[in-house]
Design a protein. Structure first.
Ligand code: ATP
Ligand code: MG
Length: 400
């Protein structure tokens, strides 16, 4: 039996003149992934991308390919479909022989039909009715539920063939990765920043990441954890460059020279300045953070303004209005949560003030900042940068 994967477009359909650019990116990303899994023909027709296995091994790995397709932004639905001739008898044969296996465990279903080929002799409601009858006859105990079915069985009569599938899976949604420019993600080992990166990637932003460490106050294992989180993001992005920058010297100088209640804010300004420098170097047009209003002292409106005012490019904070619970839900969905909650220290938790400023005045912060040579320290920290290319397929690579 011939099986294919059908990937359905999401909001890309609404695009006008630049739709073809979007489609080209989505196809390219599917093809890149398909090459790593097996031998597949990936092509587009009638607002759907088809992934056709070309040999037995690729048929065996079709579920792995479905998994890959579900991580390509721009598609809203992915399904494994049986393909057959556009002939009602053949369609019913496929249903009888193959659907009982697919519908195992479902109690109710609904049959739907879509006829893009208007020359097909039956109308959609009639096709659906016949298909429904065939399922009732061949799948034990299953019942029809038009309003709230456990599974929808779809028959599509398209230009060359008919397709039958049950239980379309949700695609990644969003718009194609790389269609919205580049953004620099401030990636910590926490729950929030990987989610923030995922959310912007979903809106088409190609990610570059920066992570700040404070060795030996933070451990090698803490850095590994961040690279593990980056790896999880590459499920969506395929690859992700992570620049690791050391803040050790800056943190020690802050500790020895500045008032404790300003430590975090001052540190965040250094982080922002170094990030901006990196963003400009790598053509990133925005900075992305996992900040959420009021979550901690450094995320009050006033505290956010202390770092915001330094930036000459937009800072995207996709989690700004979200509760922790909502963030955790997405973290679990993208498979990051278990890694994020591993207990390793972050540079922000080194020398944390006992009573941080929640309503800082910018001039007071700058007064503290002026106790050190800010620009020189930023330059020096920047020079500690180590760049690791994290890949979805294959091992990480250090970039020289
Ligand atoms: P997260 O869960 O992402 O660690 P958080 O709630 O712990 O966030 P903060 O520590 O205040 O919040 O950090 C706010 C944001 O600053 C993070 O979401 C992240 O974007 C950035 N950030 C914090 N620490 C680091 C770090 N060590 N390296 C890079 N970015 C960081
Ligand atoms: Mg953190």
């Amino acid at each position: 039996m011939k099986e294919v994967i059908l990937c359905k477009y999401g909001e890309v359909i609404l695009k006008g003149a630049n739709r073809s650019d979007f489609e080209a990116k989505m196809l390219k990303q599917l093809r890149q992934r398909a090459r790593r899994i097996g031998n597949y023909n990936v092509f587009y027709s009638q607002s759907t991308v088809y992934i056709e296995p070309l040999d037995d091994e690729s048929i065996d790995r079709i579920d792995d390919m479905v998994y890959q397709a579900k991580h390509v932004f721009g598609f809203v639905g992915v399904s494994r479909a049986f393909a057959c001739k556009k002939d009602m008898n053949e369609i019913l044969e496929v249903i009888k022989n193959h659907l009982p296996e697919r519908l195992k465990g479902y109690k109710t279903f609904k049959a739907e039909a879509k006829r893009s080929d208007k020359k097909f002799p039956m109308k959609s409601p009639d096709i659906a009715a016949e298909v429904g009858g065939a399922i009732l006859a061949s799948v034990p105990k299953i019942k029809v539920d038009i309003h709230n079915p456990d599974v929808i069985v779809r028959v599509e009569i398209r230009d060359k063939e008919a397709f039958i599938h049950a239980g379309q899976e949700k695609g990644a949604g969003g718009i194609p990765y790389g269609c919205s420019g580049r953004g620099l993600l401030l990636l910590s080992g926490g729950i929030d920043s990987p989610v923030a990166g995922y959310m912007m990637a979903k809106r088409g932003v190609q990610l570059e990441a920066i992570h700040f460490e404070s060795f030996p106050y933070t451990s090698e294992r803490a850095k590994e954890k961040v690279l593990d989180l980056a790896k999880i993001l590459t499920n969506y992005t395929m690859r992700l460059r992570v620049h690791v920058v050391s803040l050790t010297k800056i943190q020690e100088l802050l500790r020895d020279n500045c008032e404790e209640e300003y430590f975090t804010l001052l540190l965040r300004r250094y982080m922002m300045a170094i990030s901006l420098k990196l963003a400009h170097k790598y053509d990133c047009e925005a900075i992305i953070t996992g900040e959420s209003l009021g979550q901690v002292a450094s995320q009050t409106m006033k505290a956010i303004n202390v770092t915001n005012s330094m930036s000459d490019i937009p800072i995207f904070r996709p989690l700004i209005g979200m509760d922790k619970e909502e963030i955790i839900q997405i973290s679990r969905k993208i498979g990051a949560f278990e890694t994020s909650v591993l207990p390793y220290e972050d540079c922000c938790t080194v020398f944390t003030p006992r009573h941080p400023r929640t309503r800082p005045e910018l001039d007071k912060v700058i007064e503290q900042e002026n106790k050190l040579d800010f620009n020189a320290l930023v330059e020096e920290a920047f020079e500690t940068k180590e760049t690791i290319v994290v890949k979805c397929f294959g091992d990480n690579k250090i970039e020289m």
